[in-house]
Design a binder for this molecule. Structure first.
Ligand code: ADP
Ligand code: MG
Length: 699
């Protein structure tokens, strides 16, 4: 179902096929004439497979994908129906998409957005309703060329990586590389709950997470779900998802139960980062559809259930030449190991200098609940390298190894690092950013987030670091130092300078928090705090210098992300308000009424039947506890009402966002505590909301 190389070869004349491959490989532009032939081939193929419509598929700054369908069918000049799809229609679209967020970049008189084909990401056929639609992956830009989507900056960041990596490789003496790419492989976690429970929970429907709900006596303490056998119904879901993904050219690799009940994972094989970003969005979309078909609701939220593990999306990231050489792969010759060490140090340099940027790239309402909770990486970004690499770096830093001579390299075992497989490097599951053999695993990414943003951030800081590293080495060479020595000196200097970012301990511990403070590592607790990084002039300069985002585009991203944060919390607060007023308070009141009635009857009959004072007291106390709890909840609900009203009076942007984090969420926490306590005091038949037990333990 994808217009991949095999299909292209069949459907396109040889010269056209070759021209298109050239474009895909080197980023050369495509002539309209060639595009016309490609469009024709694509249309033929799509229609043979039953497609009736096509759409430019893009990623506006909403965190989702967007599409606007057009039929192939048009009416000819003489009134007869014909199917048409021109090169122009393939290359460029003009959806009237003025309602997508632009973060203030587009004034209404030029509100048009344009979509433009990204030929490096294959077109595909998507099922939906009764038919098929040809989906063309595109970027989404404004009339003046500003990026209105997440994909354009990602593509630009990959170009930046390529430029800097080629420059650095050149200094290492590797000359024949014309393109370097970054690659991403996602491990996507998710929950499945039965649709009948889901639809009875306004919080799940509106915000994707439970805003209320008491933990059952059995949660995940026994860890009996982890890698356990997969329930049949879920297996069927997985099989169908895999089938659909396979048709779209996305082979899924693993599937197993996660630690939390009803939590699972899917991991497609890694691809070039921009394609992986497209494909991850498709994975989420296909899973959502299949779940619905199978009577499940798919929960992509980072923390759908309080007190139970959340969901992340480990973003495995690597950098390599288009020719297939992984630059983070330790090799078995001294030269390739020096190359490996240079790129490894570049990653550490970038992550150390721009830890805040990385943190900001994964900030979201959902991830704020997950990061730093018992199982997820903390909000502090550190790098885990593993024992062996730690030793190697320490030896280089202390001058014990001089790899200008091959002999000493061999002495340290640096000529051959085959032991660096995952068993040796991946022991620390608590690290937000861990080296795993020949790639880094960025584990702090949230399950629902499009990976375009974190990869864009990672690529940009890497491009900056590689370029700086190259300049440092070059400066030494220019001053007369021999190349090997220059490289070695710079590595030694950088290994020492970036030491604070290396953390091999338990990232869940108090020690990390202390280490973060001692070493001056950024520790941003929530989204508004993290987003302030994007106001920092030095950070902005990095994005501008690397050609990834302009000042205006940065502002747009800052504005839209703050706006989404505020709106999201507003929706959560109002949903909670609604649930309290229409479910919890009425349910508790009703039960209280019954208890009060039964207590009154007991009091009335007490003389007649001789009820002891003790019995009257304990039953009275029970009623009292319930009514005190209810009163507390009513008062807190009023407080929540006031807090929500106050939000509207504040200034948009940071003022409101900080208020959300500092006042709205804590108020909701306090409300929840009381409501959850009451849940376990009330007759189950009076409690209308599906409980945690039902959602998590019934299949
Ligand atoms: P884990 O033990 O964390 O589950 P896996 O070996 O299953 O690790 O790999 C997880 C993901 O990493 C997969 O999506 C895989 O395709 C991806 N991956 C493997 N090698 C690379 C690489 N060089 N660059 C990017 N991603 C990679
Ligand atoms: Mg992993």
């Amino acid at each position: 179902m994808t217009f991949d190389q095999k299909v292209m070869r069949k459907k396109l004349p040889k010269e056209v096929f070759q021209a298109l491959q050239e474009t895909i490989k080197s980023g050369k532009s495509l002539s309209e004439e060639i595009a016309g032939v490609v469009a024709h081939g694509m249309k033929e193929w799509a229609m043979e497979n039953g497609a009736t419509h096509y759409t430019h598929w893009f990623q506006p700054m909403t965190g989702a994908t967007a599409e606007k369908h057009d039929a192939f069918l048009t009416i000819d000049r003489d009134g007869s129906p014909i199917e048409r799809f021109s090169g122009g229609q393939l290359i460029q679209g003009e959806p009237d998409a003025s309602s997508f967020p632009s973060g203030g970049m587009r004034t209404t008189f030029e509100a048009r957005g344009y979509t433009a084909w990204d030929p490096t990401s294959p077109a595909f056929l998507m099922k939906g309703g009764k038919g098929l639609t040809l989906c063309i992956p595109t970027v989404f830009i404004s009339y003046h060329g500003e990026a209105l989507d997440e994909k354009t900056p990602l593509l630009r960041s990959m170009d930046a990586v390529s430029r800097s990596a080629i420059k650095l490789l050149g200094i290492l003496g590797v000359e024949d590389v014309s393109r370097v790419n970054t690659y991403a492989g996602t491990e996507q976690e998710y929950f499945l709950v039965d649709r009948k429970f889901y639809s009875m929970r306004p919080d799940l429907v509106m915000s994707g997470r439970t805003l209320l709900g008491a933990m059952p006596p059995k949660g995940q303490q026994l860890e009996d779900h982890y890698f356990g056998s997969i329930p049949d119904r879920v297996l069927e879901f997985m099989q169908e998802v895999e089938e659909e993904l396979y048709l779209l050219g996305i082979p899924a690799k693993t599937r197993h139960n996660e630690v939390a009940p009803h939590q699972f994972e899917i991991a497609p094989i890694f691809e070039r980062a921009n394609i992986a970003a497209d494909h991850n969005l498709l994975v989420m979309e296909i899973m959502r559809r299949v779940a619905e078909k199978k009577g499940f609701a798919l929960l992509m939220h980072e923390k759908p259930f309080a007190g139970i593990n959340g969901s992340g999306k480990h973003n495995n990231w690597s950098i390599g030449t288009a020719g297939g050489m992984n630059l983070l792969e330790p090799g078995d010759t001294p030269e390739s190991n020096i190359q490996f060490l240079v790129f490894l140090v570049a990653v550490m340099k970038g992550v150390f200098k721009r830890a805040g940027v990385l943190r900001a790239s994964i900030a979201s309402i959902g991830n704020d609940h997950r990061l730093g909770a018992n199982e997820a990486p903390p909000a502090v970004v550190t790098v885990f390298l593993g024992d062996l690499l730690e030793k190697v770096l320490d030896a280089i830093e202390s001058g014990k190894v001089d790899f200008a001579t091959e002999k000493q390299v061999l002495n340290l075992g640096l000529s051959h690092l085959p032991v660096l497989n995952k068993d040796y490097t991946d022991r620390n599951r608590t690290s937000p950013f861990a080296f795993t053999g020949n790639k880094f695993e960025f584990r702090a990414v949230g399950s629902s987030q499009p990976i375009a943003i974190p990869n864009m951030a990672l690529n940009t800081l890497m491009a900056e670091a590689m370029s700086e590293l190259a300049d440092q080495i070059q400066a030494r060479i220019d001053s007369g130092v021999e190349r090997e020595c220059a490289i070695q000196e710079v590595l030694r200097e950088e290994i020492a300078a970036t030491k604070p970012i290396r953390y091999q301990g338990d990232n869940y511990s108090e020690d990390l928090q202390q280490a973060a403070a001692d070493r001056g590592l950024p520790n941003m607790k929530n989204t508004p705090q993290a987003m302030k990084v994007l106001v920092d002039e030095d950070v902005r300069q990095m994005f501008v210098t690397q050609g990834v985002l302009s000042q205006e585009e940065l502002d747009a991203r800052l504005n839209t992300r703050l706006e989404r944060y505020i709106k999201g919390i507003d929706i959560e607060a109002r949903t909670m308000q609604l649930m309290l007023k229409t479910f919890v308070i009425p349910n508790v009141s009703e039960y209280q009424g019954e208890i009060a009635e039964s207590f009154n009857a007991l009091v009335e009959a007490s003389d007649r039947i001789g009820v002891s004072a003790r019995a009257l007291k304990s039953q009275g106390d029970h009623l009292k506890e319930l009514s005190e709890g209810l009163s507390e909840l009513i008062d807190l609900t009023a407080e929540l009402d006031a807090v929500i009203l106050k939000m509207e009076e504040l200034e948009e942007g940071f003022e409101t966002a900080d208020y959300c984090a500092d006042v709205v969420l804590p108020t909701m926490e306090r409300v929840r505590e009381v409501a959850d306590r009451l849940e376990f005091m009330v007759d189950r038949s009076k409690w209308e909301l599906p409980t945690y037990s039902e959602m998590l333990f019934e299949h």
